[in-house]
Design a protein around this ligand. Structure first.
Ligand SMILES: [Fe+2]
Ligand SMILES: [Fe+2]
Length: 483
């Protein structure tokens, strides 16, 4: 392994471990893009706090044994850099029609359009989430949480840089145009929205933020894992390092929801409430009732399922055949990695019923990745439910049926309950507020969102974390707020 790839060069304006100082043309292109990025950060990045000192980690290496350094940084001074995981020697394409051939160090002409499209779609999600979360700073439940929000935001900014580097280095003029467009689209904008549905939804409160980082960032994890398998080696290496950072985002989501559930259970116990579904009584305690948590979960899980696309997809088959996008943990799967004659069970609507149908494994790759995603989601639910049962409550958070509340794929034209019972439009309209957050639920959660900025203090509706960031104590000043 090349030793100098491990450490990041901070002498150029754009920190990097891709030898940009020797790659004048790409360095110039990135420096040309930089002011537009800073303008975007100013306009669409976190609202306020730009002069605050935030205790952030910055990557100084891509060595998995130690890659981050923590220090106080003003967000606009964060060093957004280009970091690729070290090149694996003699790496081969691990799937598809080019199986076993050497991985590509340049873009293969025949797969250029497909690669560019996948990079642009991934790139578009990164700034979108920053835009969605930009208002949350002013209602943070603690300095610890405020710091975590900003850590996620600056790293999503870095992920945008990662995709822009690939576009500018490997895709010439149209890559540069795509890089500019990534700064032009805006989450939720009527005229030029972000490319994927879930990234145009609002993130109105901190419960939504934690659900987003748990469920939607986890879709990102699955996509990055599949792209990390890519035969296009620079994309693979880029995604491998992004996954290192992404783990923290999902940690923020999982522990955020754990802490909310914990606090709700404690408050119910000390008030002597035995029925967690007695929403009025629970809400009067200033904590978020479990049924409302379930509704937010239903919303964010289903929006995230839509990100996987149609269950049966020739695009997915083509990307796999081409060696461009693989499966989750591709190299660990024991099969021929070509899937020419295999099948995979897909949930479909057949004569008005939800049925498992065997489809060619190649066209069912979205379904497979979504199944892997669901398995990954369940782990958090087990932890949250353990908190509830340890508190002595008979209540379980669950993932809704895949037919529930879908806008993409097999079930987009029907309505179903979270248990997967098909229902007509009238029933749906009458009952949907039992399953998805209503305006009233939103207002209640919003009423709790008052900022807590004293060192070591936490809002009434969330428990303190078990451990601090970078082993800091609970009363550490994670953000030095400058007003
Ligand atoms: Fe990201
Ligand atoms: Fe993320």
């Amino acid at each position: 392994m090349n030793a100098n790839i491990m450490n990041v060069d901070y002498s150029t304006k754009i920190p990097n471990n891709v030898n940009l100082s020797q790659d004048r043309q790409v360095l110039k292109a990135l420096e040309g893009w930089h002011p537009g990025y800073m303008n975007w950060w100013g306009d669409m990045g976190p609202e306020g706090f730009q002069q605050s000192l935030v205790y952030l980690r910055t990557a100084y290496s891509v060595d998995p044994r130690g890659w981050a350094k923590f220090d106080y940084v003003k967000m606009p001074d964060y060093r957004w850099g280009i970091l690729l995981a070290p090149q694996e020697e003699n790496r081969v394409i691990p799937f598809g029609q080019h199986y076993g051939e050497p991985a590509w160090q340049e873009v293969p002409g025949e797969h250029r359009a497909m690669l560019r499209r996948l990079i642009v779609i991934q790139g578009d999600t990164e700034p979108a989430s920053v835009e969605q979360q930009r208002h949350l700073g002013k209602t943070a439940p603690s300095l610890y949480d405020l710091r975590n929000l900003f850590q996620v935001n600056v790293e999503e900014g870095r992920h945008l840089w990662a995709m822009v580097y690939l576009l500018q280095k490997y895709f010439g003029r149209d890559g540069r145009e795509e890089a500019d467009d990534l700064l032009r689209r805006r989450s939720g904008d009527a005229d030029s929205p972000r490319m994927l549905g879930a990234f145009n939804e609002a993130t109105p409160d901190w419960l939504s933020f934690f659900m987003f980082t748990y469920f939607t960032d986890r879709d990102g994890k699955m996509q990055l894992h599949s792209l990390a398998q890519s035969g296009f080696d620079p994309l693979s290496r880029t995604c491998r390092f992004m996954l290192t950072e992404e783990a923290h985002h999902m940690f923020v989501g999982e522990t955020g929801i754990s802490r909310i559930v914990q606090r709700t259970c404690e408050a119910m116990r000390s008030a002597g409430i035995n029925d967690p579904s007695d929403m009025a009584k629970v809400r009067a305690l200033g904590v978020i009732d479990l049924p409302t948590i379930q509704k937010k979960l239903n919303l964010h899980y289903t929006l995230s399922l839509d990100l996987f696309g149609s269950e049966v997809s020739t695009n997915a088959a083509n990307a796999f055949n081409a060696g461009v996008k693989g499966r989750y943990h591709e190299t660990q799967i024991k099969d021929d990695h070509r899937l020419q004659d295999d099948t995979y069970p897909v949930l479909k609507l057949v004569n008005g019923q939800i049925k498992r149908v065997d489809e060619p494994a190649l066209t069912a790759l979205n379904m497979r990745l979504r199944d892997d995603y669901t398995q990954d989601c369940i782990k958090g639910l087990l932890r949250w439910n353990k908190i509830i049962s340890l508190a002595g409550y008979d209540f379980k958070l669950t993932l809704p049926n895949v037919a529930f509340h879908r806008q993409i794929g097999e079930f987009k034209d029907i309505h179903a309950t979270p248990d997967g019972v098909l229902i007509d439009d009238a029933t749906w309209n009458k009952r949907k507020s039992e399953w998805l957050p209503s305006a009233g639920d939103g207002d209640f959660v919003a009423s709790l969102m008052t900022p807590v900025t004293e060192i070591g203090s936490y809002a009434s509706w969330i428990s303190p974390p078990k451990v601090g960031i970078d082993n800091k104590p609970g009363d550490f000043e994670y953000v030095k707020i400058e007003t």
